[in-house]
Design a protein around this ligand. Structure first.
Ligand code: ATP
Ligand code: MG
Length: 248
């Protein structure tokens, strides 16, 4: 569904953030992109979402040659930002979630239906009239996911979704990710802290210094992680176990 070829990105200050990324993400895949701080994870997923243009290389989404030039990109890929505050645009929870569907030019009825659905899925229906700035960190994270869900994108890219969350918050967000994956959405998650999610993903990519250093099944990459500055999950020492109660 997403095809990235020889992607390079250099920021205006001269920082070379990505150096020749080749990556294909299949429809319905659950992919983990892990790497230490500054390795290029956020840059890569911002480029996939079309927030800015790469210095060179190509990104094809769903076979479209220039997806970022069209409105279609919004129904194909959505991004949950690393910092939820930077994604909040509305005064209240409901207004914030409605912002995306309003920009798609949908009818008021369809907007209401999508907003109610996204608030329900993320467990925010009883907070719908609350001013966004009064939400807790975990609620803001759920709000940012609800805002992306309301756009109904086929692929959802989560940038460090577990940062600032406590244990129940992590479980909550992970549970919703697994449900979205079951419903057929493609999911891409970036993190430097792989423990929370690696047991659930189908494929893992290690990015380091703007390059993909390894890719494959999570269990095959466990021993590679420390070499690239990523802490392996503690249960890697005991074998891989799925946390089945999360998905029940
Ligand atoms: N707007 C920018 N201007 C200049 N350099 C930038 C900019 N954004 C990121 N960089 C640099 O690009 C490199 C990659 O940054 P990026 O944010 O993609 O890393 P990351 O893997 O997401 O890190 P983290 O785990 O800390 O979120 C870093 O060296 C960073 O300093
Ligand atoms: Mg980042």
């Amino acid at each position: 569904m997403i095809e990235i070829r020889n992607l390079h990105h250099r920021y205006p200050d001269g920082t070379q953030a990505l150096r020749g990324i080749d990556l294909t993400i299949d429809d319905g895949e659950f992919l983990l992109i892990c790497g230490p701080n500054g390795s290029g994870k956020t840059t890569l997923i911002r480029l996939i979402c079309g927030l800015f243009k790469p210095t060179s290389g190509s990104i094809r989404i769903d076979g479209l040659k220039d997806p970022h030039a069209s409105q279609e990109i919004r129904s194909l890929v959505g991004m949950v930002f690393q910092d939820p505050d930077s994604q909040i645009v509305g005064e209240t929870v409901r207004e914030d979630v409605a912002f995306g569907p309003e920009n798609l030019g949908l009818s008021p009825g369809e907007i209401r239906e999508r907003v109610d659905w996204a608030l329900r899925v993320m467990g925010l229906q009883d907070r719908s009239e609350k001013p966004c700035h009064l939400l807790s960190g975990g609620e803001k994270r759920r709000l940012s996911i609800a805002g992306v869900l309301a756009m109904r994108p086929r692929a959802i890219l989560f940038d460090e979704p577990f940062s600032h969350l406590d244990y129940p918050g992590v479980q909550e967000v992970l549970k919703h990710m697994l449900l979205l994956h079951r419903e057929g959405h493609s999911l891409v998650v970036t993190t430097h802290d792989v423990e929370k999610v690696i047991a659930h993903v189908g494929r893992t990519v290690i990015i380091h210094n703007g390059e993909i250093k390894a890719a494959g099944k999570p269990e095959d990459l466990m021993s590679e992680l420390p070499r690239f500055g990523i802490r392996p999950p503690c249960y890697a020492l005991f074998g891989r176990e799925r946390i089945s109660w999360l998905t029940e």
